[in-house]
Design a binder for this molecule. Sequence first.
Ligand code: ATR
Length: 278
Amino acid sequence: MSDRYAVFGNPIGHSKSPRIHALFAAQTGQDMSYEAILADKGGFGAAVAAFRSIKRGAARGANVTVPFKEEAFRLATRRTPRAETAGAVNTLSFDAGEILGDNTDGAGLVRDLKHNLGCDPGGRRILLLGAGGAARGVILPLLLENPTELVIANRTEETAARLALEFARLPGCAVDVKPDGTGFPGLSGRRFDLVINATSSGLSGASLPLPPGIFASRGVAYDMVYGRETPFMALARESGARVADGLGMLVEQAAEAFFVWRGVRPHTAPVLAALKGT
Ligand code: ATR
C-alpha cells in the first residue's frame, strides 16, 4: 500500500501542494499519496493524530501551512537546526514514535533565487521587509549565502530590531545584519540588489510606504505572495526592478520536503512550468 502524506492548514482548499507532490511522485516513480486536510483552528494536533491512526498505508509525513506552523513546531519531538532557528515547522516526518520537525521554506527561497532566477544572494545587499514568521524563516538560509549585508525593515520597528539582534549574535555570523532603525522611511537614499517582501501586506492589497530608489538597477524584487500582483510588485516594476512572486519558493520548499521524506530530489522546472500554465 502507498505511503501517505498530507498538508494541514486552514484554509486549505486552494493549496497547490497536492498537485505539486503528485507531479514529483510521478516524475520520480515514488509510490505515495498526498492529500489536503482542513484542520479546525484548535484541532491541529487531533487532525494529525487522526491522519496517523488510519491503517490503510503508512502515514510517513506532512506539510504544515498557515496558521499551524508554530503548533507543528511544538508537536515535533525532535527538530532540525533550521527549524529551531525559524521557530516554525512546515515539514513533519513520522518515524515510529518520533515526529521530526523541519523547515524547508528558507531553503526553498534560496534555491528559487539561485537556480530559477539566477540571483545568487552571495555578495548582495539584501533588504528583508517584515519581521513575522515568514521573515524569520528565511534569515538563516540567506545569511549562509554570505550576502554583503542584510537589513530588516518592518512597520513595527522594534520587532525588526529584536530579530536583527538575535541573528547578529549567531556564532560565526560575519554578515552585517541590522534593523533599518527608523522603519520604512529610514530606507530613504539606500539601494539594495535584492528586496524581499516577507510581509503579509500583499494579501490585503495594502501598499508599503517604501521610499523611491531602493531598488538597484537590474535588482531583484521578490514577493513571497503568489497568484496576484501586489502593490509591492507594481512599485518594483515601475522602478525598473526584476520582479518575482513566491510560486518558485512554493515549488522549491515542496521539493526540499520531498527530498527529506523520500531521499530523491525532483526536477522542479517542469512542475513550475505546469503550475504557471494553468
Ligand atoms: P507571517 O507568519 O506571514 O510572517 P505575521 O507573523 O503575522 O505573519 O507577520 C506579518 C508581517 O507582515 C509583519 O512583519 C507585519 O508587520 P508588523 O510587525 O508591523 O505587524 C507585516 N504587515 C502586515 N500587514 C502590513 C501592512 N499593511 N503594512 C506593513 N506591514 C504589514
